[in-house]
Design a protein around this ligand. Structure first.
Ligand SMILES: Cc1cc2nc3c(=O)[nH]c(=O)nc-3n(C[C@H](O)[C@H](O)[C@H](O)COP(=O)(O)O)c2cc1C
Length: 220
């Protein structure tokens, strides 16, 4: 299976220091998945590597022949993936605007019927728990339902170094065990969803709207 880790920060400036703690947390997620599930593929999606354009225009708003290369490539990766790890800092008690902006570029049909994991972090003691709550709603609407367990990383700058590792084997084992409680749920649900997608195409049962979302409204 394939898993994408979305790095939810584009903040290269300081203060607060250090910048892009999200890079460390994303690396920690990637290494845990590669270590425990070497049979699966994992890729970090870094918004700083993408040209999203200056003015917001989602992938689905372009005529099919004119989708910009970066959007097309990521849309294909999202469609091919079996599950998603959404890594977000907490900004003003909310999920990362950079992550929401990135995800808003893609239609829910690309994410649907696959699981996701919520990973939040902060420089302080709450680990982004308040941001995580609203991420459930966001990701459910995208169709990649988040598994029940979540990963929260308080004091992320002291937990993970720039390589996404802890400073001792004991701490690494503890973090691996904590994080794998959530990742195991992701892999389990991803396997089940993949099998079910292959045996029964959900789109054959649940019609997607053809014209606009009001076609999903309750009858008058
Ligand atoms: C605009 C902004 C708002 C923030 N709001 C919160 C907050 O609500 N709760 C919190 O714990 N930390 C907050 N922080 C501190 C972040 O946890 C810290 O800066 C972290 O490094 C952000 O992740 P990043 O470096 O990957 O962008 C905020 C930081 C910024 C820049």
């Amino acid at each position: 299976m394939k898993f994408l880790v979305f790095l939810g920060s584009v903040r290269e400036s300081t203060p607060p220091r250090p910048a892009r703690l999200g890079a460390r947390v994303s690396l920690a997620c990637e290494s845990l998945l590669k270590k425990v599930y070497p049979e699966h593929e994992v890729e970090i999606i870094d918004p700083l590597d993408l040209n999203l354009g200056d003015i917001f225009k989602p992938e689905f708003a372009y005529s099919r022949k004119q989708v910009p290369a970066d959007l097309k490539q990521l849309a294909d990766k999202i469609a091919e993936a079996d599950g998603y790890v959404m890594v977000s800092p907490e900004y003003n008690h909310s999920m990362s605007p950079a992550l929401a902006h990135l995800l808003n570029h893609f239609g829910s049909s690309l994410f649907s019927y696959k699981p996701s994991v919520i990973v939040t972090y902060s420089a302080g003691q709450w680990g982004g728990a308040r941001a995580a709550v609203s991420m459930r709603t966001f990701l459910s609407e995208l169709g990649c339902l988040p598994v029940s367990a979540m990963i929260h990383v308080p004091n992320a700058a002291t937990v993970f170094n720039e390589e996404g590792r802890t400073n001792s084997k004991e701490a690494q084992d503890e973090w691996d065990s904590y994080m794998n409680r959530t990742m195991a749920q992701l892999v389990w649900w991803a396997e089940g969803a993949k099998q079910q997608r292959e045996s029964l195409d959900p789109n054959s049962l649940i019609q997607t709207f053809q014209r606009d979302p009001s076609q999903r409204n309750a009858p008058k």
